[in-house]
Design a protein around this ligand. Structure first.
Ligand code: APR
Ligand code: PHB
Length: 397
């Protein structure tokens, strides 16, 4: 068995792992990254698209913002549709000048992969059978297989950035973890298409036939979503059926101007709320989807990954730079305070915007009335706006 050494071992080369790796590398802290899939597979995944200011700032700090700053779309607001009418949520005005950046996770990943390759930091793609050992000691280690060889990787700390189905969280004894979960009885059918977006801003629509979202990747590429039953086969949805259903759920003024075209990709994603506490076990830290999932209605999944990265990065800077090992124990509590607020917002937006198949007529009217109240009250719009642009990151002191 060959032995390798690094300071921080990172499991998973999604946005969490790649961003953490880049920040640590720039700070002179060595990392080695293990990814189960191939680079092409990681690069090909189509996921979220809205970046909070905090994540934009972190990407700039990591030195990987050049393309985002050139091609990303700054959005100062978005629209909520109820009963066929649009209400503008003016993020900038309601939050004292904040906005979001529309830039696909696929592009963020591509930029981070290129930056990591450019600095020559190691990522072992198609690393199999990753296993974690001695997490409660000060010399944790991993074993894995790569290109037919078995390796031992010794390190100071392990960052579990391996997503919801990863090995990191599963390596923590069940009795040391508390799981909080809600599974929703529906999913989102997403479609990517090279057509101009139907509206210059994102449109989230509540409709008796189910929720719909109009998003985008650029001035010529749109991303649309429809609420569908959780177990819906994608094969039931021809492009024609998708467009027809989307038109039914949008206000008439938008449905009339919607430009349709052939889909580039279609997929169904289940909706789930999930948090594990604590987000650390000995020298293993969980980040991003490995520790929590939010339903996509608040556009928070990727952004929560970024705030976990920021927290661990700033702690490790002080650990390596100033010997502040006392901070390590605070990682989980600091992350969870922000995670739970985003969980609440994501759950709340999901509850207000969707049709719940089991809901009685009273519950449906309450959800509709709640949305109606919030969008027609300045205080209501303000609470939506301040959560949407992202709550502040906690300082690490
Ligand atoms: N060993 C090595 N790598 C693994 C393993 C394993 N056992 N299990 C999973 N991985 C890899 C996956 O192949 C994936 O590339 O870990 C990576 C995790 O990446 P993501 O799932 O993208 O999670 P994260 O980086 O936390 O990003 C969170 O991505 O999933 C979206 O909605 C989510 O936008 C949010 C963001
Ligand atoms: C997306 O563009 O994929 C997207 C945008 C906003 C959301 C969810 C997904 O809330």
């Amino acid at each position: 068995m060959k032995t390798l050494k690094t300071q921080v071992a990172i499991i998973g080369a999604g946005p969490s792992g790649l961003l953490l790796g880049q920040l640590l590398h720039n700070a002179g802290i060595q990392t080695l990254m293990l990814e189960r899939q191939s680079a092409d597979y990681v690069q090909g995944r189509i996921r979220a698209g809205v970046l909070e200011q905090g994540m934009v700032d972190l990407l700039r700090e990591a030195g990987v913002s050049q393309r985002m700053d050139a091609e990303g779309l700054v959005h100062d607001g978005f629209e909520l549709a109820l009963n066929g009418r649009l209400t503008h949520i003016d993020l900038k005005e309601l939050t004292g000048g904040q906005s979001v950046m529309v830039y696909g996770q696929t592009e963020v990943t591509r930029d981070l992969m290129a930056a990591r390759a450019a600095v020559g930091a190691t990522t072992l793609y198609e690393a199999r059978e990753v296993q974690l050992h001695d997490l409660k000691t000060d010399q944790p280690w991993l074993t894995f297989e790569h290109q037919g060889e078995v390796f031992r990787l010794e390190c100071d700390y392990i960052a579990g950035c391996d997503g919801f189905h990863g090995v990191a969280r599963q390596s923590i004894p069940a009795e040391s973890l508390q799981v909080f979960e809600r599974v929703y009885p529906f999913g989102w059918l997403g479609m990517l298409c090279d057509t101009p977006p139907v509206h210059p801003e994102l449109v989230y629509a509540r409709h008796p036939r189910g929720f719909a979202l109009c998003s985008m990747r650029s001035a010529t590429r749109s991303r649309y979503y429809l609420q569908v039953p959780a177990d819906e086969p994608v094969s039931d949805w021809s492009d024609e059926r998708f467009w027809a259903e989307l038109k039914k759920r949008l206000p008439a003024e938008l449905a009339e101007t919607l430009v349709t075209g052939p889909s580039l990709e279609k997929s169904v994603a289940p909706l789930r709320s999930f948090v594990v506490e604590p987000m650390q076990y000995g020298r293993l830290f969980l980040l991003g989807d490995a520790a929590h999932i939010v339903p996509p209605t608040g556009a928070k999944g990727l952004n929560l990954a970024a705030s976990d990265v920021s927290t661990l990065y700033r702690i490790l800077l002080k650990v390596y730079g100033e010997g502040r090992v006392d901070l390590l124990e605070q990682y989980s509590a600091i992350c969870l305070r922000r995670v739970w607020k985003a969980e609440r917002f994501s759950w709340w937006m999901t509850s207000m915007m969707h049709q719940f198949p089991e809901a009685d007529s009273f519950t449906q009217r309450i959800a509709e009335s709640e949305l109606d109240y919030f969008i027609h009250s300045r205080a209501g719009r303000q609470t939506i706006a301040e959560n949407y642009v992202g709550l502040p990151y906690e300082a690490i002191e």
